[in-house]
Ligand binder design. Structure first.
Ligand code: UGA
Length: 442
């Protein structure tokens, strides 16, 4: 089938590629000149494992093409998926729907034949119903434009594999419209044949299905971090506690890693949009999500507090090394990164901070000149008084602590992801602290 995808960023590019991979002819549209130039050249516009090769191959096979113009999307197909960003507003906790509204209304106004628009960007509940009213004011006479909603659950750094075999497909359709489901079943048939579950519902439920998933994951992380705070005061050990919880099949091990908390461009803004929406709707239960966010932010402050204590009460003039800057391993993405926020707070308190990250250093150099960067973790540690392990890249676990001790001014480490081998670091002479363990000074 012929399909179009408007917005080819971190959601749209892997999604467009996955549709082409299951045999459709896909037209991707993006207005960002740099992003579009890379895509037209058959390359991924950002670092994402496997995406470059996939886009190159599908472009060569003629299954994936790109353009800057919405009318090309409409000309190519009468099913258009919209994957534009819906970030947090700069001056509030609400989602900024400017790009989504513009994309959907432009498509609706330009359509010259019946068209199905499927929004995929995360949105607050009620967005599609509100957009629908505006769509109907724009459509050309005799043309029917239908808006559905189908969220995605791709994770950065594994989005190619996630898109190739979704955990589930959720489809929100306007009331009493079976046509949309029939059409999309045909689009997604290869995934349905693989056993991917399809949930068809109304648009409000589909919108909430995405917010609810991210809020649940965030709640699990803040839950284990609340436990970590209790462990620090009581002599309990958070890693063993998390393992004991994970053995219960009703709880499971996922999203129970304690530490400096969640970040990224999705979970933090989605949880804020959710509690902002709950407040607008007069739903006091939404305060749960505000607490989840507050516990998460507190973990960042706790890491800074610990570092200050270790520096003797003030950070002014101290030399600190930070291992890891990206919001999680496997990506160069610094958006709402706990590691970056902590590093910048340390600088604001007068520390000299040297950062190592396997992928994100070019972005640090370009956007955060107050941080010094080092291409090698050992060089980053040279002369430092405290080493902070903030993003749990696997390569940090294989570094010999004795080599680090040899180059540091004082062998002190704070493991804010609680994954390094305490015994090995202590054996190398380190004073070792980890979030969620009693040796953490209070
Ligand atoms: C998240 C969701 O996992 C996806 O399902 C969703 O599609 C996506 O947001 C989105 O809305 O687009 P992602 O932002 O790639 O995906 O990040 P995750 O892998 O979920 O990690 C989020 C943050 O939580 C990271 O900062 C990570 O370090 C932190 N985390 C994760 C923990 O602190 N503890 C854990 O146990 C797991």
């Amino acid at each position: 089938m012929k399909l179009s995808v408007v917005g080819c960023g971190r959601l749209g590019a892997p999604y467009a590629a996955s549709l082409a991979q299951i045999g459709h002819e896909v037209m991707g549209v993006d207005t960002d000149p740099a992003q579009l130039a890379a895509l037209k050249d058959g390359r991924a516009p950002f670092d994402e494992p496997g995406l470059d090769d996939l886009i190159a191959g599908l472009s060569r096979d003629g299954l994936l093409r790109f353009s800057h113009a919405g009318y090309d999307a409409l000309d190519h197909a009468d099913i258009v998926f919209v994957c534009v960003p819906t970030p947090q507003q700069t001056d509030s906790e609400e989602a900024d729907l400017t790009a989504l509204t513009a994309a959907v209304l432009d498509l609706a106004g330009q359509a010259t034949r019946d068209t199905l628009i499927i929004a995929k960007s995360s949105v607050p509940v009620g967005t599609c119903a509100a957009l629908d009213r505006e769509i109907q004011e724009r459509v050309q006479p005799g043309v029917r434009v239908t808006l559905g909603f189908s969220p995605d659950f791709l994770r950065e750094s594994t989005s190619v594999a996630d898109a190739a075999k979704p955990t589930r497909i959720i489809l929100g359709v306007p009331d009493k419209d079976d046509r949309v489901e029939r059409t999309l079943r045909a689009v997604w048939q290869p995934w349905l044949d693989m056993g991917v579950p399809l949930v068809v519902t109304n648009r409000a439920t589909a919108e909430l299905a995405k917010s609810a998933a991210n809020a649940f994951l965030a709640t699990k992380i803040s839950y284990i971090n609340a436990m970590a705070a209790l462990c620090e005061k009581t002599g309990a050990d958070i890693t063993t506690l998390a393992t004991s919880l994970a053995h219960d099949p009703r709880i499971g091990p996922a999203m129970l890693a304690p530490g400096a908390g969640f970040g990224g461009s999705c979970i933090p803004k989605d949880i804020r949009a959710l509690y902002a929406k709950a407040a607008q709707l007069g739903v006091p239960e939404g305060r749960l999500f505000r607490q989840v966010d507050a516990i998460n932010c507190r973990r960042r402050r706790r890491t800074v507090e610990l570092t200050r204590q270790q520096a003797g009460g003030t950070l002014t003039g101290s030399r600190i090394t930070v291992w890891g800057a990206a919001f999680k391993p496997g990506t160069d993405d610094l958006r709402d990164s706990p590691a970056l926020a902590i590093a910048l707070d340390l600088v604001a308190e007068g520390a000299h901070v040297v950062v190592h990250d396997p992928m994100a250093l070019p972005h640090i150099t370009a956007h955060h000149p107050q941080l010094t960067t080092a291409e090698d973790p050992l060089r980053a540690a040279a002369g430092a008084q405290i080493l902070l392990h903030l993003t749990e890249w696997p390569q940090y676990r294989s570094i010999n602590p004795a080599d680090v001790a040899a180059v540091m001014d004082t062998p002190r480490i704070i493991d804010a992801r609680t994954v390094l081998d305490r015994t090995a670091w202590e054996a190398a002479g380190f004073h070792h602290l980890a979030l969620g363990t009693q040796t953490t000074t209070n």
